[in-house]
Design a protein around this ligand. Structure first.
Ligand SMILES: Nc1ncnc2c1ncn2[C@@H]1O[C@H](COP(=O)(O)OP(=O)(O)OP(=O)(O)O)[C@@H](O)[C@H]1O
Length: 242
């Protein structure tokens, strides 16, 4: 459904994405992992059209996103840090988002209810704690029932009860056939939520496989351990081939 085709991105001299090629499909949930600065957010932003690749193409349902913007309404995006007009209330923000979309028939307010955001609708955005801001971002990402969800560090800053609420929502939406792309450094969360692992290092996809296959290959039961073993194996291989 979404294809990254030899996508490269340079910021000045810094090569942030280096010929990234990846196909992702509905009903699957992809863990996009890699060290800080490896290019995860840049990859996500390229898909959203917020960063323009230096070369290569991204194809969404058989159309290049470089020429057609319509695809954007099919993606719900939860950014790492949500930036909003600070002087409006949560309620006003939700209303504003709703009014942007003409079609109101598929509104999903489950997270607004589950996080009890309606109780604090009159709080201004600038007064919110980091975790509450995350909840608002999560609720907005799911609001229009999009077939594709991109969640950048979704559980960071959430309290344990909210993490569980959010995980249940993500799992339920995946079962409905949505495509999820999730970045996180909390590998335990990803273990429960994702079907596939994409490991990116220095702007290159170093590994892509199902979580089951990764666990089999590394002989590890937990995703965190499996990834650590994978990285060690790769480092060993690199040192042999250098
Ligand atoms: N607009 C920009 N201008 C210049 N450099 C940038 C820009 N955006 C990102 N970079 C650089 O690109 C590299 C990759 O950044 P990116 O945010 O994609 O990493 P990441 O894998 O998401 O990291 P993290 O795990 O810390 O979120 C970093 O070195 C970053 O400083």
């Amino acid at each position: 459904m979404i294809s990254f085709r030899n996508v490269s991105k340079k910021f000045g001299k810094l090569q942030v994405l280096d010929s990234v090629t990846l196909d992702v499909y509905p009903s699957k949930s992809y863990a996009l992992i890699g060290p800080n600065g490896s290019g995860k957010t840049t990859m996500i932003k390229s898909l959203l059209g917020l960063v323009v690749p230096t070369s290569g193409d991204i194809v969404f349902e058989e159309k290049s996103i470089l020429t057609d913007w319509q695809y954007r309404e099919k993606i719900g995006y939860m950014p790492q840090i949500g930036r909003y007009p600070e002087n409006i209330t949560i309620g006003q923000l939700v209303d504003m988002m709703r009014n942007i979309r003409p079609s109101q028939d598929k509104i999903d307010e489950e997270l607004i209810d589950a996080f009890k955001l309606y109780k604090i609708y009159d709080k201004k955005m600038h007064s919110l704690s980091g975790g509450t801001r995350q909840k608002v971002s999560a609720a907005l990402a799911f609001l229009f029932n999009p077939p594709v969800l991109i969640l950048d560090e979704p559980t960071a800053g959430l309290d344990p009860v909210s993490v569980e609420i959010f995980k249940e929502k993500i799992t339920a939406e995946k079962l409905k056939g949505k495509l999820m792309l999730i970045t996180s450094h909390v590998l335990n969360d990803l273990d429960e939520l994702t079907t596939d692992v994409v490991y990116i290092f220095e702007g290159r996809i170093q590994y892509h496989n199902s979580i089951e296959a990764l666990k089999r290959e590394t002989n590890e039961k937990r995703l965190g351990k499996a990834i650590a073993t994978l990285i060690q194996q790769k480092e060993l291989l690199d040192s042999i081939t250098e």
